[in-house]
Write a protein that binds this ligand. Structure first.
Ligand code: GDP
Ligand code: MG
Length: 374
């Protein structure tokens, strides 16, 4: 159980009931009775005082999937960087993403990007390396994930308009970037404009704690125009340079279980639930079983952003996955199961855990009501 009564706890700890209630009143509990219900935290605290550890049964609560805990060094190979664009409203995030998407050789090879799946791959014009861009960082699910401290991005490109400089959302982004520890590149945008002042942007960023390379720091700054395409290749190459310094690696080996995130999900007429998955580890193939939250998929087919069927999806590749039982939630983690049985067990465990959590919340409320009644 996630709760216990005072009398039960006194039996368990072999402490006299009067002694226990005395301690509880010290802690602020009033109107105690034999059947007074203690929440997990209080019971645990008291048990601890008497040298006991309370086991609320969490250890044998059932099977749950875990990420790979140790991937052998020799399986780790370089992978594309995962990049998010941030910046103040109207500073040109969408314009830059659109430019990158359209100019992408990867898209060109397959006849253009035909569908919006929340992320896309670009092959850089000079070094011919892949970059994965996320274009849904503003989604509520991502904000939720950010709060939980989960970071799926390696590099943030902070866009600052050269005719407007550092604005409130720029500062907000800087705060987030510093807190999450992701690497940063500055794109000073709108440099095609006559009234643009990139040098002011650089100075303002320095004043806001960014160690810009222009002043001898480490943060690369690129003067671009999302509209004309000015220096966009330089921006891409600076992302590659940074990703090489970061030494980003993952395993696409069969021995490594698939890990990833849900980027987006939606019901499509006649197809059922579809979700864009960004692979973090392992390789995903048709027939594989993946679990996310309280649903799972037996992968029926996968497509890239150009609508092309993908047989094997490797780390940092965004793909649309078909075969979900239910709609998974954007921002949730994806883990591979050995078989459907394991997937179902995992979901059962997670459902149970959630029920218990809700139950213990109910108990807290019950106790509060009792105290309030007085
Ligand atoms: P977002 O809110 O950050 O996504 O900004 P948008 O990409 O929607 O751009 C806001 C406005 O600025 C639009 O009218 C764009 O056409 C314009 N804009 C974006 N980038 C540039 C640029 O490099 N040069 C110029 N002159 N205008 C730009
Ligand atoms: Mg926009």
């Amino acid at each position: 159980p996630t709760f216990t009564t005072v009398s039960n706890l006194s039996n368990l700890l072999n402490v006299r009931y009067e002694k226990l209630t005395e301690r509880l009143s010290e802690m602020g509990f009033e109107e105690l009775s034999y059947n007074f219900i203690l929440d997990q935290e209080t019971a645990g605290l008291i048990a601890d005082e008497y040298g006991f550890e309370v086991n609320f049964g969490e250890e044998n609560e059932g099977f749950d999937l875990k990420p790979n805990d140790n991937i052998p060094e020799k399986l780790l190979k370089p992978r594309p960087p995962i990049v998010t664009i941030m910046g103040h409203v109207d500073h040109g995030k969408t314009t830059i993403l659109d430019y990158l998407r359209k100019s992408s050789i990867v898209a060109g090879e397959h006849g253009g990007i035909t569908q919006h799946i929340g992320a896309f791959s670009v092959k850089t014009p000079l070094s011919k390396k892949l970059i994965t861009f996320l274009d849904t960082p503003g989604h509520a699910a991502f904000l939720k994930m950010r709060e939980r401290g989960a970071v799926m991005t390696d590099i943030v490109v902070l866009v600052v308009a050269a005719d407007d400089s550092v604005m409130p959302q720029t500062k907000e982004a800087i705060k987030h970037i510093k807190k999450s520890g992701v690497s940063l590149i500055i794109a000073v945008n709108k440099c095609d404009k006559e009234n643009s002042d990139p040098e002011k942007v650089i100075a303002d960023l320095a004043a806001n704690g960014i160690d810009v390379e222009d002043y001898g720091g480490e943060t690369q700054t690129v003067r671009v125009s999302g509209l004309t395409g000015l220096n966009m290749d330089k921006l891409e190459e600076s992302i590659i340079t940074l990703s090489e310094i970061l030494d980003l690696k993952a395993s696409s080996d069969k021995k490594t279980a698939v890990e990833g995130w849900i980027i987006e999900s939606q019901f499509k007429k006649g197809m059922g639930p579809l979700a864009t998955v960004l692979i973090r580890q392992g390789s995903l193939r048709n027939g594989d079983i993946i679990v996310s939250g309280k649903t799972y998929a037996k992968v029926r087919s996968m497509k890239d952003e150009a609508g092309k069927v993908v047989k094997v999806a490797t780390p940092a590749t965004p793909i649309e996955v078909w075969g979900w039982k239910d709609l998974p939630e954007a921002g949730d983690v994806v883990l591979q199961a050995k078989d459907e049985k394991q997937a179902k067990e995992t979901i059962e465990t997670r459902t149970l855990r959630e029920e218990r959590k809700n139950q213990s919340k109910d108990i807290e409320i019950m106790n509060k009501l009792r105290l309030d009644e007085k």
